[in-house]
Design a protein around this ligand. Sequence first.
Ligand SMILES: [Cu+2]
Length: 178
Amino acid sequence: MAINGISMGTKSLTLFLALVTFTCLLSSTTVEARDIIVGDDSGWTLNGFNYTAWAQGQKFAVGDNLVFKYDSALHDVYMVGGIAFKNCSTEKKLASFNTGNDIVPLSMAGNMWFLCSVSGHCENGMKFKITVVAAETSDTPTESPTATPPTTGGAPSLSSAASTFILLIFAGLAISLL
Ligand SMILES: [Cu+2]
């Protein structure tokens, strides 16, 4: 009787630990911030690199960092709005950087536009738009022309619902074994 009780307790404990481990794995794999180097090995430069195509081939999520690597004597980085972007205008900049190794955190979902303010550089390709999606989603970004950052409600609640579901399965399993 006593031995039986101990073995049952151990079984429950094992299940509990398995549940905790699983939950930790679940949360650690879904949130993974990355440093995305603009232009990959080319960096941020005026050499005919197609930044528009580059940006379209990337996935940008909240929590990632955009890293601009360039010669600060030759280029800079301006963050602008959609209309300014079209016109290569820097009059209404939202932010600007010029260290040559600029790290721009992608802190919210929505569109972001970047360009180089040096005369002629934007017109010659040093510009690109990105669409930042909420973390933990693998959906394709919505093509909204205006920057209307969606609230980050959908994905995390879906993930937590999944965790709850898994928790319930484990709980049911533990009870059935008792
Ligand atoms: Cu430039």
